[in-house]
Design a protein around this ligand. Structure first.
Ligand code: SGN
Ligand code: CA
Length: 524
């Protein structure tokens, strides 16, 4: 942890700083505003990485609070990530291992919103839910079915009815969130509001007012864009390649829709633009029509086509991000205007990271850095400012919120409260490694099942199911994870150490499936 930039904010600071794990509820329990996006990755958040976009409102949370520089998920996929966040447990314990094949999230299990309610909080969630079952533990909820739609989205309400809302989803989620904050039933109670955006999920449909943005920008290809996947058979087998028209469909993903052109996903695209009202549709067609006409006329091939697709992908993603950043700004402004800011913890994170062309990819799923990482910035009144480099994971949010509320953290929760870190402490026994397990295979994008361990410098991954393959990376020497060191004699001691650490974590978290499947090859 860097201490040089630490400044304590006034007011609550003296009372809060250095007081360790709180055993009793704070005098005025702090409100919690948790903002989570879908597929927003740190490479496109300017306080992490300024190469592509400027995100002043997201960065403001970091500037007035902390930026976690080693924040990760436990399973890089939406539903599983949300289940980890709500329960404070790894996927094998909360049961929601993937988006497609497992039973719906068991809504009867213990989650932090339920425990906050018991602790006297008023709770709400607005936006993407994506857990197969309906929300429980909330005084108010309005969620989109499944992945939701960017344009004129449907919302499901507790009364069971589904209503269509006119407008752009990122704006609507914010409007509904602010409306709830304004009108909530009991303003005397502390609140916990989860604002769950669909942005930045595929297919990155920008608001019509932002379509012209970034059109004059050409983005440099990441240095690993033309990766040959040598020594990494699971990386070679995926179906999330920007260059491949099967994986990244020009019609669907890049909006190159043109009369007479059909593709694998063109019907899905027609469904999405079919939701637009005439005005939205006219603006959309005015913008994408000429681009599509030119694309089919010039019909770029090979590397030129890949680079063209990469640029279109980047532009659409970043346009969509502009709405997101603006809307987070609106929420922060509302907290200021209403006076809530001084007693509200603000968290911004994503359900996982994403590939912005690294290894030639879009999507996530892999335990490789860009998708295992997730942005995490937190502003806590009375807390510290600066960077926190401790290894943290999305199973830590639940215990953090419960400790903040003065509620007991159930023993069954596997995460660790981040509150000491937010207060400027660095517990000597902080975790030294993270456990990861991805299950959704065979499925869309064909990323094989895998589990592994990550320390501050090393990563060990085991791919299994229809493959039995180990990978070992030195993240310091090889940050792009291109050189698999597994089985190299000179790394035998390191490999053994990481294998032992993996087993220790599987025992600690009681991942019996993982434990039972290990077959260590050992160094040659
Ligand atoms: C959808 C997307 C996939 C994406 C998954 C999971 N296809 O199936 O590209 O990997 O969601 O994403 S789409 O054609 O429906 O957009 S997640 O973030 O929800 O887990
Ligand atoms: Ca996601």
């Amino acid at each position: 942890m860097r201490t040089d930039r630490f400044l304590l904010l006034g007011g609550l600071a003296a009372a809060a700083a250095g007081c360790g794990r709180s055993e009793k509820a704070p005098e005025r329990p702090m409100n919690i505003l948790y903002i989570m996006t879908d597929d927003h990755t740190a490479q496109t958040m300017s306080c992490y990485d300024g190469r592509y976009a400027s995100t002043p409102h997201l960065d403001r949370i970091a500037a007035e609070g902390v930026r976690f520089t080693n924040s990760f998920v436990a399973n890089s996929l939406s539903g599983p990530s949300r289940a980890c966040m709500l329960t404070g447990k790894h996927s094998h314990k909360n049961g929601y291992t993937d988006n497609t094949s497992c039973a719906p999230f068991d809504a009867a299990q213990t989650t932090f919103p339920k425990l906050l309610q018991r602790a006297g909080y008023e709770t709400a969630v607005v936006g993407k839910w994506h857990l197969g079952s309906l929300p429980t533990g909330f005084d108010h909820w309005e969620v989109v079915p499944g992945q939701g739609d960017y344009y004129n989205p449907d919302f499901i309400r507790p009364t069971g009815d589904t209503v269509r809302c006119e407008g752009y989803l990122t704006d609507i989620v914010t409007d509904k969130s602010i409306a709830w904050l304004r009108e909530r039933r009991d303003p005397a109670k502390p609140f916990c509001l989860l604002v769950h955006h669909k942005a930045q999920h595929r297919i990155w449909m920008a608001d019509t007012c932002h379509l012209a943005l970034y059109e004059d920008r050409d983005f440099p290809l990441p240095e690993t864009f033309f990766d040959d996947y040598a020594g990494r058979p699971a990386a070679a087998a995926q179906e999330m390649s920007i260059a491949s028209d099967h994986d990244m469909d020009p019609v669907y993903d890049l909006k190159m829709w043109y009369p007479g052109v059909e593709s694998r996903l063109s019907r899905s695209y027609e469904g999405m633009i079919g939701r637009m009202n005439p005005e939205q549709r006219a603006a959309w067609d005015r913008f994408y029509g000429p681009l599509a006409e030119e694309f089919y006329r010039t019909n770029p091939q090979g590397r030129e086509r890949a680079q063209w697709k990469f640029n279109r992908y980047m532009r659409d993603y970043l346009k969509t991000l502009r709405s997101l950043d603006d809307n987070v700004g609106r929420l922060l402004d509302y907290l200021d205007e209403s006076g809530l800011a001084e007693n509200t913890l603000v968290v911004y994170t994503s359900d996982q990271g994403f590939y912005m062309g690294e290894h030639g990819w879009f999507d996530k799923r892999f335990m490789y850095e860009e998708s295992m990482r997730t942005p995490l910035v937190v502003r806590m009144p009375g807390g510290v400012r600066g960077d926190i480099d401790a290894l943290v994971q999305n199973i830590d949010y639940a215990p953090t919120f419960l400790e903040l509320a003065g509620a007991e953290v159930p023993d069954a929760m596997q995460g660790v409260s981040l509150l000491p870190l937010l207060r400027g402490e660095r517990p000597a026994d902080w975790r030294r490694s993270l456990y990861y397990h991805f299950y959704e295979y065979p499925a869309e994008h064909m990323v094989k099942r895998h589990y592994g361990v990550r320390t501050d410098r090393w990563k060990l991954i085991r791919f299994y199911d229809d493959i039995d393959h180990w990978e070992l990376y030195d993240l310091q020497e090889d940050p792009h994870e291109l050189r698999n060191l597994y089985g190299r004699p000179e790394y035998a001691a390191r490999q053994r150490e990481l294998e032992e650490e993996l087993v220790r974590l599987q025992r600690l978290y009681d991942d019996r499936t993982g434990l039972a499947m290990n077959r260590f090859g050992g160094a040659e």
